[in-house]
Design a protein around this ligand. Structure first.
Ligand SMILES: Nc1ncnc2c1ncn2[C@@H]1O[C@H](COP(=O)(O)OP(=O)(O)OP(=O)(O)O)[C@@H](O)[C@H]1O
Ligand SMILES: Nc1ncnc2c1ncn2[C@@H]1O[C@H](COP(=O)(O)OP(=O)(O)OP(=O)(O)O)[C@@H](O)[C@H]1O
Ligand SMILES: [Mg+2]
Ligand SMILES: [Mg+2]
Lengths: 256, 256
């Protein structure tokens, strides 16, 4: 039975997509059948694994609004065991269309339930907001990973995000766990980065993953080739970090 | 008569808030009376100039939804000539409330018209989306600055943003100009950064500001002290870049 993990943080540019793509790729390399769901109209997760969003005729939008079966839109990637539920720019309109539906918070859950038992893991890349699309992702998820860039504004937004998660747990999805808080783009030479790490570890204790993702230019380069970090730089620090993260998650879930 | 400039890009973390705060501060230092409008529920522009969003009882939300007069919520900052129209977390709910109003795209324009002639410049910090709040900002603005981080995903999203600007120009605000495209977080040692600069300059020609904002840790540190870059590191590269940007904009508008 697949585990659905949402990658969410309303702060922009903290490494949600980079984490979604490369964690999914790492789980796939470790022989777990993994589906990457692109729930951001920017479709960065789609292009980041080498698929041009302009060639996506039907994606997540059609699964949510037109009840299309996800199996009819899911695509293979060049990584074995890694599949993609793509998105294109149509997703921008989904929030206005969901607003007046009765079960508007559960539309993504309904769509993903059709394929949940076909995968070991389903990773959802969220857009930088706390709107209906993200609420849908959190309602569909079993747990959420919160990437936090080691900078001031990213730290500041944590309170609001945890509040939203509590609201979802109370009213929409009582089973939603916090899989963990992931520190990203860490550069040990910067005082600010070390302050943020200190603060996050003090506040969130053992919710914080031991794995820390260093700032690493190969991670920023990989999507320009449409490749995951494993395909772009298999033995570099970026790949090692995300493989470590995958193993840590497997351990936390009693799978290794 | 104040000029309203929106700082917009749906890609997260590209330097919208950093540009809004420090361009506004630079214009203020050059003796132009400037209002910074925080149109992002994350309220980073508010905290970035030293005001705690939790102490904001009324802000942009009340001006848009309750027709409160902006002069009753505008606050002074520790920079002479720099004022703030703050926001708090209530702004998250504004999009759902605007959806069913008849002139939903013009609510911010109506609010800012009440104070437009009291300032030389009004700078709007937008959230990372293309939803109704951003459409409101673009409808109210005379021009828009597009910050582009020198990385792959930021480059990829430019097409979608320009499409949205065209739609706003055609249907909502024919006077909306593109003030310019601003390259941010540039690190000359990285091949990727140089490729992005090359690509942006080829596509957008003289729409691209000559001023390039380098990656500079003081810019990332300043908000943790609630200070603009001018107050935090007046003679450093960050301040010099943003003062140069202010001067370039003044020149483009025939003001120096
Ligand atoms: N560890 C890292 N080292 C260096 N660059 C990184 C790292 N992680 C992410 N990046 C780069 O930083 C930028 C922001 O990351 P990313 O796009 O994954 O964030 P995001 O949270 O998904 O953004 P958005 O809020 O727009 O969805 C991207 O250009 C990405 O390539
Ligand atoms: N030139 C720069 N050099 C170094 N760090 C920078 C620079 N500009 C911005 N930053 C830092 O990068 C991060 C992202 O910038 P910022 O928050 O301004 O982007 P944004 O586009 O407003 O993000 P969001 O999409 O969440 O609104 C912040 O932590 C900021 O301090
Ligand atoms: Mg993303
Ligand atoms: Mg911002």
């Amino acid at each position: 039975m697949g585990k659905i993990i949402a990658i969410a943080n309303q702060k922009g540019g903290v490494g949600k997509t980079t984490t979604a793509i490369n964690l999914a790729a790492s789980l796939a390399v470790l022989e777990y059948k993994t589906l990457l769901v692109d729930a951001d109209p920017q479709s960065n997760a789609t292009s980041g694994v080498g698929i041009d969003p302009k060639n996506v005729n039907a994606g997540l939008y059609e699964c949510i609004i037109d009840s299309m079966h996800p199996k009819d839109v899911i695509m293979k990637t060049d990584t074995p065991n890694l599949f993609l539920l793509p998105t294109n720019a149509d997703l921008v309109g989904v929030e206005l269309e969901l607003v007046n539906l009765s079960n508007r918070e559960y539309m993504m859950k309904k769509a993903l339930e059709k394929i949940k038992d076909k995968y070991d893991f389903i990773i959802i890349d969220c857009c930088p907001s706390l709107g209906l699309t993200v609420i849908n992702s959190l309602s569909a998820a079993d747990s959420v990973i919160i990437p936090v860039q080691c900078e001031y504004f990213a730290l500041e937004g944590m309170g609001k995000l945890l509040q939203t998660i509590k609201i979802v747990q109370t009213h929409l999805n009582p089973n939603l766990d916090i899989e963990g808080v992931l520190l990203t783009m860490y550069d040990g030479r910067l005082r600010l980065a070390n302050q943020v790490v200190e603060e996050v570890k003090t506040h969130f204790q053992n919710m914080v993953f031991n794995t820390l993702i260093m700032r690493n230019t190969k991670l920023a380069e990989a999507p320009s080739f449409g490749k995951t970090i494993i395909m772009h730089d298999a033995i570099g620090k970026g790949s090692v970090s995300y493989l470590n993260l995958a193993r840590e998650i497997l351990q936390r879930n009693g799978l290794t």
